[in-house]
Design a protein around this ligand. Structure first.
Ligand code: SF4
Ligand code: SF4
Length: 205
């Protein structure tokens, strides 16, 4: 008998909790952001389309190994070594660094595995495509054009809100100092690596 009334109590209490939440949100003021005319608020730790610094990528493949869905593709023309003095990788050319966003689940494990922190989760949240193939982002092609991340189709439109123009400029300015180094990462360079001041002699070679 006690169990019977307890069950009734639990059912009524569950309905009460659910309805309380429903009613709370039913009468709160609705907020509609007129995106893309109005800039959306992206949280600082949002994990969007990656931001890739090709000149600091040694093509070690650790990000691809860490990826649980195998959606990172890396190709190089030869061994790439980190130059500690400049913080850039030299040697073989980066011939391909691509991520298939039809598979990526934005877990961020690739960024944690990267020893040079050259792959980061970016803040592009609205990348789209017309087929699965267009969801593969070729970051080496982007680097060739001086970009570190993808620009959604609608951002390539000439008529854009002010905040989009500003955002695109910020992206450009951020990549500008490294543009030459980005291009160099796409071609084979000297393998001899400059040593940093604090390197001991035995680490040379
Ligand atoms: S975020 Fe996760 S799923 Fe996407 S490429 Fe990185 S490791 Fe793979
Ligand atoms: S992005 Fe980082 S982990 Fe991936 S290949 Fe380049 S250096 Fe290695």
């Amino acid at each position: 008998m006690v169990a019977y009334f307890r069950q009734i109590y639990e059912v009524l209490f569950t309905i009460y909790v659910g309805m309380r939440l429903t009613l709370k949100y039913a009468y709160t003021k609705r907020i509609t952001v007129q995106y893309p005319d109005v800039k959306p608020t992206i949280q600082q730790r949002f994990r969007g389309i990656h931001y890739y610094e090709i000149e600091r990528c040694s093509a070690c493949g650790l990000c691809a190994k860490a990826c649980p869905v195998d959606c990172i593709y890396i190709e190089k023309s030869g061994v790439r070594k980190m130059d500690k003095a400049t913080g850039r990788a030299v040697g073989g050319a980066m011939t391909r660094y691509a991520i298939d966003y039809s598979k990526c689940m934005f877990c961020g494990l690739c960024t944690e595995a990267c020893p040079t922190e050259c792959i980061k989760m970016g803040n592009v949240h609205d990348f789209s495509g017309y087929d699965r193939k267009s969801m593969i982002v070729e970051f080496t092609d982007l680097a060739r054009q001086g970009h570190r991340t993808v620009q959604p189709y609608w951002m390539q439109n000439r008529k854009m809100a002010d905040w989009v123009t500003q955002l695109k400029k910020e992206w450009q300015d951020r990549a500008e100092p490294a543009r030459e180094h980005m291009k160099q990462a796409l071609v084979q360079t000297e393998v001899s690596v400059k040593k940093s001041a604090d390197d001991s002699p035995k680490t040379e070679g």
